[in-house]
Ligand binder design. Structure first.
Ligand SMILES: NC(=O)c1ccc[n+]([C@@H]2O[C@H](COP(=O)([O-])OP(=O)(O)OC[C@H]3O[C@@H](n4cnc5c(N)ncnc54)[C@H](OP(=O)(O)O)[C@@H]3O)[C@@H](O)[C@H]2O)c1
Length: 254
């Protein structure tokens, strides 16, 4: 199947590592030009170098902390200028607020929700010009289920992200812009949070593996394929959708 990504222009917030990186790489392999950001300049530079060695199409990267509103808006504007437009916006960064502290609530809201709002506002004029515009947020199954940890902002801000995506889908469908959320379950990749669990808490990790019907965690590549399909012109009839990409980890009907 042709995803229709040749010549498309995509932006990934939080694209230097993890699921965001696997997504940026696959977008580039499928023929898209790619802009990405993350806080660490080294990670951004390495990602830009790797992406530049894949296929054709422009690559743009900048070191930006998404808790900084002005820097976020500037990055989005500069990225759109560098790519010459925008068709696909993907927000993969998270504040990962797992403590019930004001600091974690604030950072989680700023990164998971407000950075998305700011990026969308800056991107809307370019997305309206696109013939295949999509906005994709990376959520979490924690927006839907309690995983047994103490109360924290992580699930609640991902739930806010889902409600916001629905607002966007309903109001901007008329502009040809789709908005969806993909919620991963536990995803393993080298250097990621589950890789750390595997090293530090092998028993806990083995228990999580066992709880997933397929007997293992998902991979970055598997998540990227779902994200890229959803965001691509091939996923055109997905709109206002919440897609659970957890391999059946959460045992519920929907
Ligand atoms: N991995 C999983 O099992 C899993 C499960 C469910 C949901 N998710 C969701 O999937 C998304 C990606 O998770 P991941 O595990 O791939 O994360 P990750 O490996 O920690 O990568 C996060 C990326 O975002 C960047 N980033 C983090 N904070 C940022 C900030 N304030 N400003 C700009 N960039 C920032 C990171 O680079 P810098 O550190 O250099 O900024 C990195 O490029 C998240 O939204 C997460 O909630 C992941």
């Amino acid at each position: 199947m042709d995803l229709g990504l040749t010549g498309k222009k995509a932006m990934v917030l939080g694209g230097s590592r993890g699921i965001g990186w696997f997504t940026a790489e696959l977008l580039k392999r499928e023929g898209a030009a790619v802009a990405l950001c993350a806080r660490g300049a080294e990670g951004v530079d390495a990602a830009v170098r790797k992406l530049s060695s894949i296929g054709d199409g422009a690559v743009f990267g900048d070191a930006v902390d998404l808790t900084d509103g002005a820097a976020t808006r500037t990055f989005v504007r500069k990225g759109i200028e560098a790519l010459g437009g925008l068709d696909i916006l993907i927000h993969s960064a998270s504040g990962f607020g797992l403590a019930n502290s004001e600091e974690d609530w604030q950072r989680s809201f700023d990164v998971d929700v407000l950075a998305g709002v700011r990026a969308v506002e800056e991107a809307l004029p370019a997305l309206k010009e696109s013939d295949a515009a999509s906005i994709t947020f990376i959520g979490s199954m924690a927006s839907k289920f309690h995983f047994g940890r103490p109360a924290s902002p992580y699930g609640p801000v991902k739930a806010a992200m889902r409600a916001y995506a629905n607002e966007l889908a309903q109001t901007h469908g008329k502009d040809g812009i789709r908005a969806n959320v993909i919620s991963p379950g536990a995803v393993w990749f080298p250097g990621g949070s589950w890789d750390k669990q595997k090293q530090d808490n092998p028993k806990f990790y083995a228990g999580v593996e066992k709880s997933i019907p397929l007997g293992r965690l998902g991979t970055g590549e598997e998540l990227a394929r779902i994200i890229v399909f959803t965001a691509s012109p091939a996923g055109l009839w997905l709109n206002a959708s919440h897609i659970c990409a957890d391999g059946g980890q959460v045992k519920a009907v929907d």
